[in-house]
Write a protein of this length. Structure first.
Length: 378
C-alpha cells in the first residue's frame, strides 16, 4: 500500500492501523480483496472519506456492520493536526499542520473570482536550497507521506465555505508549497491519483499543477505516469546565473531541463508549460535577461509567470521595481512569449510565494556534489 502516515497501534493488536486517507483506489481494492470483499468497496469508502467527509466508519452506512467492525480493527481515517490558522486581509488563509517532532508544514488557500487555489506542501522543508526561498533556508527533514499531503486538501475542503454555486471552494490544487514535489515522487504520485479520482476530488489534470525546480528524470516519469499541469521554477535565462539561484541547475542544466519540458508538453494536446520567474532587483530583471529568456522559450509551448520577490528574514534580495517588472513583461510579449505577473497574496501573514517556512529541523541539507543520486531518483 502507498501510505504509512498516521498509523497508530491499536490496543488489541501489534499491527499498526492503516490510514485510509492516503490510499489510492488501487490500494483500497487490494485492501478489501484481502478481506474477502468486492473491489467496489474501495470506491464506496473513497466517496465517504473525500466527498461526504465521513470521520468514522459507523457513518459509512452502505457498508455491512461486520465490515465496519473490521475497519475499526484494522484502519483509521486520520488527518494531520492543525496547529494554527491565519487569515489575510485579502482573504488568503494559511494553515500550519503538525508533522511530528515539533515540526510543521504550511498550506495556503487563495480565493479569486471564479476559482479557489490550494497551495500544498510535499516535504518538511526542502533540500534544494534555492537562494530566494524561505523553505530552502529552513533546510530539510523528511518527505511527507500520502495522507499528510492529501490531508491538507481534506482539511481545507471541510473547513472552507462552499462557493456561491454550491460547489467546493477548492477548484485548483498546486504543489507549490514547502518542498520539491519530484523529490518525493512516489508519495506525490499517489496523492495526485487521489486528487484526480472521480471517487475522491475529481479534479481535472489541467487544474492540478506540480511545480519543480528541475529534477529532469522525474519530469519524464511524471509525464508517463500522470501528466498533470507542470510548472518549472526557472528564475534565470542562463546557466551561470541559474547555478547561483537554483543549485540543482549544476546537475540538470537549462538545456536538459527545457528538453524534458518540451517532451512533457508533447505527451498531451494543447499542453503548455508554465515557467516561474521570480523578479530579483538588479539580479535577473534586465532587458538583456528578458531577451535571453525569450530566446529560450519563443515558438515553444511556454508561458512565463513573473513573480515579484517576497522578502523574508535573513535574505538580502530585493523585489524588482514595478516599472522594471512591467518593462520585462512587455519585452517578453514583444518577442511573442506569453507572460503574466502574479499578484502577491497573503504577504501580511507570510503566505506569499517563497515565504512558506513552517517549522523544520534541518536533518540533511543536500548540496550539489552530495547525494546527487538521491535527488535524482527519490
Amino acid at each position: 500500500m502507498s501510505d504509512q502516515a498516521g498509523k497508530t497501534i491499536s490496543e488489541n493488536s501489534a499491527e499498526p492501523l492503516i490510514n485510509l486517507l492516503g490510499q489510492t483506489e488501487e490500494d483500497l481494492q487490494n485492501f478489501f480483496s484481502g478481506l474477502g470483499e468486492k473491489p467496489f468497496r474501495a470506491r464506496q469508502v473513497m466517496q465517504w472519506i473525500h466527498q461526504r467527509n465521513a470521520r468514522q466508519f459507523d457513518e459509512m452506512t452502505d457498508l455491512s456492520k461486520s465490515l465496519r467492525t473490521e475497519l475499526h480493527r484494522l484502519a483509521t481515517v486520520e488527518l494531520p493536526e492543525v496547529i494554527s490558522e491565519q487569515r489575510s486581509a485579502d482573504g488568503t488563509v494559511k494553515w500550519l499542520f503538525e508533522s511530528g517532532g515539533g515540526q510543521a508544514v504550511e498550506t495556503v488557500f487563495i480565493p479569486e473570482p471564479g476559482r479557489g487555489t490550494l497551495c500544498i506542501s510535499s516535504q518538511v522543508g526542502c533540500a534544494l536550497d534555492c537562494a530566494f526561498c524561505a523553505t530552502g533556508a529552513q533546510g530539510f527533514n523528511r518527505n511527507l507521506k500520502v495522507a499528510e499531503i492529501v490531508g491538507q486538501v481534506t482539511h481545507a475542503n471541510r473547513h472552507l465555505p462552499l462557493r456561491p454555486n454550491g460547489e467546493p471552494a477548492i477548484t485548483n490544487v498546486v504543489f507549490m508549497g514547502m518542498g520539491e514535489p519530484l523529490a518525493n515522487f512516489r508519495n506525490v504520485l499517489s496523492a495526485l491519483n487521489i486528487l484526480l479520482s472521480d471517487y475522491a476530488y475529481g479534479l481535472s489534470r489541467r487544474r492540478v499543477t506540480v511545480s519543480t525546480s528541475g529534477i529532469v528524470p522525474q519530469i519524464e516519469k511524471l509525464g508517463d505516469a500522470c501528466n498533470v499541469s507542470l510548472a518549472v521554477s526557472l528564475h534565470a535565462p542562463n546557466d551561470e546565473l541559474r547555478d547561483r539561484l537554483v543549485p540543482i541547475n549544476r546537475l540538470h542544466p537549462i538545456a536538459d531541463l527545457l528538453d524534458a519540458s518540451w517532451r512533457y508538453a508533447a505527451k498531451r494536446a494543447n499542453r503548455f508549460i508554465t515557467f516561474e520567474y521570480v523578479m530579483l532587483r538588479d539580479v535577473n530583471d534586465t532587458i538583456e535577461h528578458a531577451d535571453q529568456l525569450a530566446g529560450l522559450l519563443r515558438n515553444r509551448p511556454a508561458k512565463v509567470n513573473l513573480i515579484p520577490f517576497n522578502p523574508f528574514a535573513g535574505n538580502d534580495y530585493e523585489r524588482s521595481r514595478s516599472e522594471t517588472i512591467e518593462r520585462f513583461q512587455n519585452r517578453l510579449r514583444h518577442h511573442g512569449v506569453v507572460s503574466t505577473t502574479r499578484r502577491t497574496r497573503g504577504d501580511d501573514i507570510d503566505a506569499a510565494c517563497g515565504q512558506l517556512a513552517g517549522k523544520v529541523r534541518d536533518r540533511v541539507r543536500v548540496r550539489l556534489g552530495d547525494k546527487r543520486q538521491r535527488i535524482a531518483t527519490a
